[in-house]
Design a protein around this ligand. Structure first.
Ligand SMILES: *Cc1c(COP(=O)(O)O)cnc(C)c1O
Length: 390
C-alpha cells in the first residue's frame, strides 16, 4: 500500500502495522468528555461504571480471542512490559526453588535483555541455539533442563525470519517437568492459531501494534489453573490483581481487544491474502541471481520474507530503493550497527547477515505493490552487480 505514487510501498509490517480504522474509532470513544473517559476504578459514579464496564467487555473479548478466561489477562503497555513482567516476575517468585532459567539465542531484545539483567543478578541462564533453519528443537530444551530450572522462555513466531517454533511440543515438555513456560507471542496473533485452552503454556505475551491495534498496548496471559505466580515489576495500586499497578488505559485496552477480535474473525481471509502475495514475491526474489531465503521455508509465516543478497550490502541496497519501506533485520536492532543476532545464530557470516533484508507483508499490501517492489529490486540488484563487475 502506498498512499500515492510518491510514498514508498510499506513492506515492514513486522515492525508495526497501521491501526484498523474501526479499532481507532472505538478507541476514540473512550477519550473525550462525550466518551467513556472515566477512571475504571472510580466506583462511586456513572463515569467510572461506564469505563469499568467498557474494560470488562474488552477483557472478555480479548480473552475469548486467545482462548483464555478474563481473569487470566493482565493488560500492559506492550509485549516488552509483558515479557519483563513474566520473566522477571516468575524468576524472582520461584527463586527459592531454583535459579536456573532457559531461553533461546534468537529471542527479541525484549526477552534477551531481561535475561541479561537477571544473569547479572546471579541467575544462571542457558541460551539454546536454533538449527540452521531457525527452529528450536524440543530435545535441545530438554537437554538444558536441570533440577534448578524454574522457567523456559521461547518465542512463537520469530520477528526477523518468521520461523514458527514448536510451542505445543515445548509446552508438553515443560509441563511434564513441572517447569513454567513463557512464550513471547508478539508476532503470533493473526499469523498462527492462538488457543490457550488447548495449549498448556503458563505465560504468554501479546502486543496490539503488530495486529492493527495501537502501539503502547499489550497483555500478559497468566494461567489460572495451575496458577503461575509472579512478583510485580512496580507498585502503586491493586489494578490487574496487583500485578500491574496504574490507572487502566481504557482506550488502549479497547484497542487491543478490538484488534485481536478482528484478527481472529478474519484470520482465514487475511492469511489467504498474504499467501497469495507471498506466492508472487518469494519466487520473484529467489529467481534473482545470488538471492537465498534465510530460515525455514516450510515452518514459517508467509508474512515474512527474509533474504540474503549474496555479495551486496543491504544498507546500500535500501538506500537505492527509496520506493520501498523495509528494514535490515529488526527495527529494534537497527539503531546499532551490529549484524543481526538471529541471522548469525542460524549460521550466516557477518557479511551475509549484512547482505540480508526483511520484507514483511500485511493486510493493506496489494499485488500491484508486490509487482512494483519486485521490479525495483530486480533493477537495483542488477545495477549493483553490474557496478561490482559480477
Ligand atoms: C514487537 C515485538 C516485541 C515488542 O512489543 P512491544 O509491544 O512493541 O513492546 C516483543 N517481541 C517480539 C517478538 C516482537 O516482534
Amino acid at each position: 500500500m502506498a498512499a500515492n505514487d510518491f510514498e514508498p510501498i510499506y513492506l515492514d509490517y513486522m515492525a508495526t502495522t497501521p491501526v484498523d480504522e474501526s479499532v481507532a474509532e472505538e478507541m476514540m470513544r473512550c477519550l473525550t468528555i462525550q466518551g467513556k473517559f472515566g477512571n475504571p476504578s472510580s466506583a462511586t459514579h456513572l463515569y467510572g461504571w461506564r469505563a469499568q464496564n467498557t474494560v470488562k467487555g474488552a477483557r472478555e473479548l480479548f480473552a475469548a480471542s486467545i482462548g483464555a478466561m478474563p481473569r487470566e489477562v493482565i493488560f500492559t503497555s506492550g509485549a516488552t512490559e509483558a515479557n519483563n513482567l513474566a520473566i522477571q516476575g516468575a524468576a524472582r517468585f520461584y527463586a527459592k526453588k531454583g535459579r536456573h532459567l532457559i531461553t533461546t539465542s534468537i529471542e527479541h531484545k525484549a526477552v534477551l535483555d531481561v535475561f541479561h539483567a537477571l544473569e547479572k543478578e546471579g541467575f544462571a541462564i542457558t541460551w539454546v541455539q536454533p538449527n540452521s533453519e531457525g527452529i528450536i528443537s524440543v530435545d535441545a530444551i530438554a537437554a538444558a533442563i536441570t533440577p534448578q530450572t524454574t522457567l523456559v522462555s521461547t518465542m512463537w513466531v520469530n520477528n526477523e525470519i518468521g520461523t514458527i517454533q514448536p510451542i505445543a511440543d515445548i509446552a508438553a515438555l515443560t509441563r511434564q517437568h513441572g517447569i513454567l513456560l513463557h512464550v513471547d507471542a508478539a508476532q503470533a496473533m493473526g499469523k498462527v492459531a492462538v488457543d490457550l485452552s488447548q495449549l498448556p503454556v503458563d505465560l504468554m505475551s501479546f502486543s496490539a501494534h503488530k495486529v492493527y491495534g495501537p502501539k503502547g498496548s499489550g497483555a500478559l496471559f497468566v494461567r489460572d489453573k495451575p496458577r503461575a505466580r509472579l512478583i510485580p515489576l512496580f507498585w502503586g495500586g491493586e489494578q490487574e490483581q496487583g500485578l500491574r499497578a496504574g490507572t487502566l488505559a481504557t482506550h488502549q485496552i479497547v484497542g487491543i481487544a478490538a484488534a485481536f477480535h478482528r484478527a481472529k474473525l478474519h484470520a482465514e481471509e487475511n492469511l489467504n491474502h498474504i499467501r497469495r502475495l507471498n506466492a508472487i514475491f518469494l519466487p520473484g526474489l529467489l529467481a534473482l541471481e545470488g538471492v537465498t531465503l534465510n530460515g525455514s521455508r516450510e515452518q514459517r509465516v508467509p508474512h515474512n520474507i527474509n533474504v540474503c543478497f549474496q555479495g551486496l550490502h543491504a544498507e546500500a541496497l535500501l538506500m537505492s530503493l527509496p520506493q520501498i519501506a523495509v528494514s535490515a533485520g529488526s527495527a529494534c536492532n537497527s539503531a546499532q550497527d551490529e549484524p543481526s543476532h538471529v541471522l548469525k545464530a542460524i549460521g550466516l557470516s557477518d557479511l551475509q547477515a549484512r547482505a540480508s533484508l526483511r520484507f514483511s507483508l500485511g493486510r493493506y499490501t496489494t499485488e500491484a505493490d508486490i509487482k512494483r517492489a519486485l521490479e525495483a529490486i530486480q533493477r537495483e540488484v542488477q545495477r549493483e552487480r553490474d557496478l561490482a563487475g559480477k
